[in-house]
Design a protein around this ligand. Structure first.
Ligand code: 86X
Length: 727
């Protein structure tokens, strides 16, 4: 696809010397006028708006596909039938959305002459371009470069030079389109019958209608990650086929592409915990009211989120049943039953399941959903040390899931008193960061519960050191830990780009997509078969060495369409195979993460691609870590704290660790409180929380006990803490 930067630099070689003007997305000329009316900088004094219409004339099957692209002044009314006659086409019809996307890689509402740059070499020779004479002497002609969020103003000569620069484009005509108004077909010789402009139900009306209903064809990504992050995220998760919306608010369908990622996480984690002696199991999803309330204290704050089943058919249940929001109250009564002697310890179990928390905050695919998939591990030990060791072992596994599978860097640490799980003694956490919004996000938690729950649920063993007459009871030391499908949302947010999803190879269901290309009408069926065979051979060779490869041999789609199709879906590597590649005994690889192309010799196919996939995986983590590191700022005085947050960064501060101070930090960093107008309504205005006290403390400058002061309150600082606005 034509890229904005490339387009602008090309235009500048053709006499264009302005920058594109940005505005809200527009779907028709009225909205366009309005949007430009709100632009304060960069608007020329006089300009004309345009419409670019694409037709697919009805043709005999024997003729090659010949779309017609009309570039006209927005208020030019013309008769398409007359134009058709002129161009020797019987029946002019608007091109379908399929043609827009397959041939021009665009969608309604974003069509401009620049989509000509997307047309494949097989088709471009048959495309007819008609330029409205009313445009050619204009100085500032408005077009959307690639999407409807921007406008460029170019001159008539630049427009013509651009069109002339398209390789292989042969049929370009300038026409006085307005003269084609009226019902009568114009004479075939291109003579212009002057007929008064007639507001007939001609193309102008039809075009306006189609532009209004433009919306999206739901294929490519229209929103920009940079300027409209939340819309971008929604489009990416849906259009990459990761997820679909469901008719229960806050609930989403996890589709195979995303579920595959989850299964890779499951496989890795299951192997990890098995090595630690943890066994999988499954407990019921229902909790009786009595059991749930057994740990009333810690449940209290959560009560509004608990979902209840109260009926079977029309009959009220005798006792309503809660659906587990987490399984402490489900499991721990059975810990009490199963654990009698120290020989029953340690007890280490994990379950993969879904839980339900009926939140009322605005839901977000993967990040905040009313039902979500997770694993919850629950273990019981004789001693604190054993328990705490496991807490940290699990945290390491969580970090490795993020870093090694999802290519997402995290910071390990421990939560503050205010942010820890209230039912436990200490909460350790892996914290990640979404650069696009500047917000931190908790990635997973591993708790040391101490003896709090064992006291509530009476999970005890007899002291093995005791005598036969005096065996005091010892409450066990417990841990619990959980990681959810939020992982997937974090991965999408960090790696995705304006073309869609970018998957790290380790979690991509398809790691390599093979696309045949370079076949033109000049090639024989034999050539075609040779290319297809080569694709299938390459696929088989890759599968044999464990690379998840697939070929896209659909014959009703152009290579360009297939490229975008797999780009939106995040496939890490594309192989293009054409007749010329086969002559050279090589194929062309194109990386999804940075679009780098390389020629791959067929005799080194397997080893080269194994290395390439590892390189992509590694580069993605390196790139993400760099973006993270750049945005964690050491802040040593309060005056820098809020400005740092406002520049979409996290802060690392010497901190006293007092809850009162944390409350003050939150209050003082809320935008309202500081009267700082949000530049973007969608930016977080909430105050900062402590995200964690990192295990890995900054060393420079060191915290000197009794000397280093807390950045906010001036009390003695204990450790560095990571603070930020967060999800
Ligand atoms: C806290 C604690 C803990 C096992 C984990 O963080 C990892 C896996 N559990 C979960 N928590 C609740 O206890 C809770 C309870 C109720 Cl009733 C609720 F509606 C929501 C909850 N959310 C979190």
């Amino acid at each position: 696809m034509v890229e904005l930067d490339a387009l602008i630099s090309k235009l500048s070689t053709l006499g264009f010397n302005k920058v594109p003007v940005e505005h809200s997305a527009v779907e028709n000329v009225e909205e366009w006028k309005k949007a430009l009316g709100t632009v304060s900088n960069g608007l020329p004094e006089n300009y004309v708006l345009t419409k670019t219409l694409i037709y697919k004339p009805k043709q005999p099957k024997s003729e090659p596909f010949a779309p017609v692209v009309i570039v006209a002044k927005d208020d030019t009314v013309f008769n398409s039938k007359a134009l058709g006659t002129l161009l020797k086409f019987k029946d002019m019809r608007f091109a379908s959305e399929d043609v827009l996307k397959d041939t021009f890689q665009t969608v309604k509402g974003s069509v401009s002459p620049f989509v000509l740059g997307n047309v494949s070499s097989e088709i471009i020779g048959n495309v007819r371009v008609v330029i409205d004479k009313a445009l050619v002497n204009e100085n500032n002609i408005a077009f959307h470069p690639l999407d409807s969020l921007r406008t460029v103003f170019i001159s008539g000569p630049t427009l013509k030079a651009y069109i002339a620069s398209i390789d292989g484009l042969e049929h370009v005509t300038e026409l006085d389109l307005a003269s084609l108004a009226g019902a009568a077909p114009a004479p075939a010789a291109g003579g212009s019958t002057k007929v008064a402009k007639k507001p007939a139900a001609t193309e102008a009306t039809v075009a306006a209608k189609t532009e209004e209903s433009a919306g999206s064809s739901k294929l490519g990504i229209e929103a920009s990650k940079e300027t409209d992050f939340s819309k971008w995220y929604q489009q990416v998760v849906v259009r990459s086929d990761m997820l679909d919306y469901y008719d229960v608010s806050g609930c989403y369908i996890v589709r195979p592409t995303a579920y595959f990622v989850w299964q890779q996480i499951q496989e890795f984690f299951d192997a990890g915990i098995r090595a630690l002696g943890v066994r999988n199991c499954y407990f019921p999803m229902f909790v009786s009211q009595r059991a749930l309330e057994q740990e009333k204290d810690h449940i209290e704050g959560f009560a509004p989120e608990v979902a209840w089943v109260t009926k079977a058919g029309t009959t009220d249940l005798a006792v309503p049943l809660a659906i587990r929001p987490t399984s402490e109250t489900v499991m721990y009564p059975y810990f009490a039953k199963w654990i009698r002697s120290h020989r029953d310890l340690p007890l280490k179990i994990n379950q993969w399941c879904s839980v339900v928390r009926w939140e009322f905050k605005n839901p977000q695919p993967f990040l905040r959903t009313r039902e979500f998939l997770w694993q919850e591990g629950h273990c019981a030990y004789m001693t604190k040390d054993e328990a705490y060791t496991e807490v940290l072992d699990i945290l390491t596994l969580y970090r490795r899931i993020y870093e090694e599978l999802l290519a997402v860097p995290v910071i390990e640490g421990v939560k503050s008193e205010k942010e820890k799980f209230a039912g436990g003694v200490a909460t350790t956490t892996v914290e990640s960061f979404i650069p696009a919004t500047g917000r931190g996000i908790q990635g997973g938690t591993s708790h040391y519960l101490g003896q709090n729950f064992s006291k509530m649920f009476d999970v005890v063993v007899e002291d093995p050191e005791g005598t036969s007459t005096d065996r005091p009871k010892i409450h066990v030391h417990q841990t619990s830990w959980g990681l959810s499908t939020r992982t997937i949302g974090v991965m999408v947010m960090i790696h995705g780009d304006d073309k869609g999803l970018v998957l790290p190879p380790r979690v991509a269901e398809t790691q390599v997509i093979i696309v045949p290309c370079g076949l033109t009408s000049k090639h024989t069926d034999e050539d075609r078969r040779r290319v297809t065979d080569a694709c299938l051979t390459v696929e088989a060779r890759l599968k044999k060495v464990g690379i998840r490869a697939d070929s896209d041999l659909r014959d009703n789609y152009t290579p360009g369409f297939k490229y975008s199709h797999w780009e939106v879906r995040g496939v890490p590597l594309r192989l293009e195979i054409g007749p010329k590649d086969l002559e050279k005994q090589s194929v062309l690889s194109v990386r999804r993460d940075n679009f780098a192309k390389a020629s791959v010799a067929l005799d080194k196919l397997e080893s080269t691609l194994e290395i390439l996939l590892h390189t992509i995986q590694d580069d993605m983590l390196i790139r993400a870590r760099k973006a993270f590191d750049e945005r964690v700022k050491l802040v040593l005085k309060w005056d820098d704290f809020v400005p740092t947050l406002n520049s979409k960064c996290l802060t690392m501060i010497p901190w006293c660790e007092r809850e009162e101070c944390e409350d003050q930090i939150k209050a003082r960093s809320t935008r309202d409180a500081i009267n700082d107008e949000a530049e973007d309504e969608k930016e977080p205005s909430m105050g900062a929380k402590s995200l964690c006290l990192p295990h890995n403390q900054p060393q420079d400058p060191p915290i000197i006990p009794g000397q280093t002061k807390c950045v906010q309150c001036g009390h003695n600082a204990k450790r560095y803490a990571l603070f930020g606005r967060s999800y």
